[in-house]
Design a protein around this ligand. Structure first.
Ligand code: KG4
Ligand code: ZN
Length: 332
């Protein structure tokens, strides 16, 4: 089965062609980063307009690169939510029109489930059941995934997402957007143990996160200390990153122990952080737990993961019609 996937929930217009839910024939991502970084974050109105400009060329390129004809496409999958409403509408409306015109089934994909599916697109994917962390600029959710269709939400952030904290701390130090890669690179040069930033909710039994206290603590530190040299910034970056990664890894390990689960997968933009993957793997190995992290091309927003999730939905007959609408928030 050949599925065309479309993603437009935030600041990437993406299209991909995936065969049988696992073989990526093409995956095109048009990033709007250069536009939004001038404003230090995503501007929703600009995002919608840019999706509208990019959607047709991006889909055409995905079909062309896949080496297929439109007639070979068996179904369409597009992100239905959560995300920015205006941005989602562009991709989902395009998908509705495409599916209707060609009489194809349409899957309205949950973006968070799709991030979990990026793990299933790996060369060696995790077997079920596994613990999955979706960690991005908008979400920090832990799931117990027991089948291709069963995602039990175990915990989530009560305030900021981990990626959002990276972005805000980078902004506070006068550095660019997105903050994650900048902070990770800077942190590599420094000992992470020098400044002791708080690890919120680590003393609590549950699996929820909170990063706003850490963010305020970094703001206070920057206010109280002279941060002038690149070395000063690197020290804050390393200590901040260590606090985030410590919390993420500890909660994931707790979740795996709680469910007696021997596999952990990480996905979403922050999972591109190599320091995170290394730290988690070190901790997990000690308890015989395997860690799965997708290649960087599948960590951030992409349409291959949307097509992969859409394939299983279409196989199950879980499809949309023209009356279905997009949604901005959800819980799975
Ligand atoms: O999944 P994604 O591309 O978009 C959504 O938010 O859905 O994630 C983007 C987030 C941003 O907050 C960015 O700072 C963060 O992922 N990020 C990272 C790294 N690369 C991207 N955070 C930490 N370390 C990284 N290397
Ligand atoms: Zn995402």
């Amino acid at each position: 089965m050949i599925i065309l996937g479309i993603e437009s929930s935030c600041d990437e217009t993406a299209a991909a062609v995936v065969q049988n839910g696992t073989i990526i024939l093409s995956s095109i991502i048009a990033s709007q980063m250069d536009t939004h970084c001038k404003y230090g974050g995503v501007v929703p109105e600009l995002a919608s307009r840019m999706h509208a400009e990019a959607i047709v060329p991006v889909v055409s390129e995905a079909v062309e690169k896949a080496g297929i004809k439109l007639a070979n496409i068996d179904g369409v999958a597009a992100t239905r939510g959560p995300g920015l409403i205006g941005a989602l509408l562009v991709g989902f409306s395009f998908a509705k029109a495409f599916a209707w015109a060609r009489r194809l089934p349409l899957a309205g994909v949950n973006h968070l489930e799709a991030h979990i599916y990026s793990l299933l697109l790996m060369e060696t994917p995790p077997a079920f059941p596994f613990i999955a962390l979706v960690v991005s600029g908008g979400h920090t959710n832990i799931y117990h995934v027991t089948s291709p269709h069963t995602f039990e939400l175990m915990g989530q952030t009560r305030d900021d997402a981990a990626g959002e904290a990276f972005d805000k701390v980078s902004k506070m130090m006068g550095m660019g957007y997105p903050g994650g890669p900048i902070i990770e690179t800077l942190a590599k040069t420094m000992d992470p143990g020098v400044i002791k930033f708080p690890r919120s909710l680590l003393d609590k039994k549950g699996f929820d996160f909170s990063f706003s206290g850490l963010k305020s603590s970094v703001a206070r530190y920057l206010h109280d200390h002279k941060i002038v040299t690149p070395g000063d910034k690197a020290q804050v970056a390393a200590s901040f990153q260590a606090a985030v990664l410590d919390v993420l890894s500890t909660k994931l390990m707790n979740a795996a122990r709680f469910k007696s689960c021997k596999r952990i997968g990480i996905s979403g933009g922050v999972s591109a952080n190599q320091t995170f993957a290394t730290l988690l793997t070190q901790r997990a190995e000690k308890e015989g737990i395997q860690v799965f992290a997708p290649p960087v091309s599948l960590c951030g927003d992409n349409a291959a993961m949307i097509a992969a999730r859409g394939t299983t939905m279409i196989e199950q007959g879980n499809t949309c019609d023209l009356n279905h609408d997009v949604f901005s928030r959800t819980r799975i």
